[in-house]
Ligand binder design. Structure first.
Ligand code: G6P
Length: 371
């Protein structure tokens, strides 16, 4: 009924609006006495300290959250991190051992590809840490440590609030590792945590863009294809934006690292093609900001219709944005928590205008328990 959907036509929009709360619930209880607390922890302090390699394995949207984990964990812990699609991981005989940590991210905790990756890692004596939204599900049950996202049940097949919760969970895992290895001390951890703790409010404020994005969707629903560009943490967000549009609106969509534009994708630019660009913060990442700016000029000059997601007060980007969606200024690593939200709304609303069932896209299942 409409009441169950919080007054919306479909659950996904309700779940998008629940993201501030989902995020608070993920953070709540995972930080105490100046340290990160997992829900289950059977890895000794010494073993955690000895970790010298991290693999993140996941599928679909969870994989995109995993791509973000790499930026945070390498930056904070100085441990090399590889992020891999769970379905590819075990079939290529990855190098694993006792000092390897495998972080398995799965909302459902039941995805067969991810579960098999976990089992493979364990046979190779790697330690496994699960991030899941489902208490007692199979992947957490077979792992050495668990962090539950507590985002609440998600009905829409396309992941939204669990994605934001996974990003926050990844960062908590990064901080836990940094703490175990001594690369971050209590006061720095507290600072990082307070920045994270401010994010539910930032997501609440980005929800104010929903009416603007819904209106934009009415003008984009006939596009032949949509490209998404981003750099650094904006790159996984671009991939996620494209995946959402494929899943829900059955439109051809691709996400690219903006630096690759000149190595191929720019050939796709033609008159009227919508290109959604994730703009890094001018203050937080001035070099990348300048590079993206020149990308936008270039594609606009070739006829693209630029839809730019940029920090409030980013005046430099205005002349090149055919459509500007403003997001609050937040620390660089945390920008995906706000910049993903308009992309979720865009995909859902384009799908709705095209007459599709937003909560149950064709051919997809909420959790895929076959390999
Ligand atoms: C399915 C869903 C996706 C999801 C993926 C991984 O394909 O349709 O939305 O991202 O599985 O799910 P998991 O439960 O492992 O996070």
């Amino acid at each position: 009924s409409a009441a169950e959907k919080g007054g919306h036509d479909y659950f996904m929009l309700k779940e998008i609006e629940e993201q501030p709360e989902a995020l608070s619930n993920t953070l709540r209880g995972h930080f105490a006495d100046g340290g990160v607390v997992l829900d289950e922890q059977r890895i000794s302090e010494q073993d955690l300290r000895d970790i010298n390699k991290v693999f993140v394995v996941a599928c679909g949207t969870a994989y995109h959250s995993g791509l973000l984990a790499k930026y945070a964990i390498e930056h904070w812990c100085r441990i090399p991190v590889e992020v891999e699609l769970a379905s590819e991981f075990r079939y290529r005989d990855p190098v694993l051992g006792r000092d390897t940590l495998v972080v398995a991210i799965s909302q459902s905790g039941e995805t067969a590809d991810t579960l098999e990756a976990v089992r493979h890692a364990r046979t190779q004596h790697a330690r496994v840490l699960a991030i899941s939204n489902t208490n007692g599900s199979q992947i957490p049950r077979e792992s050495d440590a668990v962090l539950y996202t507590h985002a609440g049940p998600e009905i829409g097949v396309a992941a939204t609030k669990t994605f934001l919760a996974q990003i926050a969970a990844n960062y908590l895992v990064g901080l836990a590792l940094a703490q175990a290895r001594g690369t971050k001390y209590t006061d720095e951890l507290e600072h990082e945590f307070s920045e994270l703790a401010a994010m539910p409010e930032a997501v609440r404020s980005v929800l104010e863009t929903v009416p603007q994005v819904r209106e934009l969707a009415t003008r984009m629903c006939d596009a032949k294809a949509v490209l998404f560009l981003g750099r650094h943490v904006g790159y996984p967000v671009a991939l996620e934006g494209a995946l959402k549009l494929k899943e829900l609106a059955y439109m051809h969509a691709e996400g690219f690292a903006a630096g690759e534009l000149k190595h191929g994708p720019i050939a796709l630019i033609e008159d009227g093609l919508p290109v959604v660009v994730q703009m890094p913060s001018a203050k937080g990442h001035s070099q990348l900001h300048a590079k993206l700016l020149s990308n936008i000029r270039e594609i606009q000059a070739r006829g693209a219709r630029t839809v730019v997601i940029a920090e409030e007060g980013d005046e430099a980007v205005r002349p090149f944005a055919d459509e500007l969606i403003e997001i609050p200024a937040v620390p660089t690593l945390l920008q995906p928590l706000v910049s993903t939200v308009p992309l979720q709304v865009l995909a859902a609303e384009i799908a709705r205008h095209r007459g599709y069932d937003v909560d149950k896209p064709r051919n997809l299942a909420k959790s895929v328990t076959v390999e």
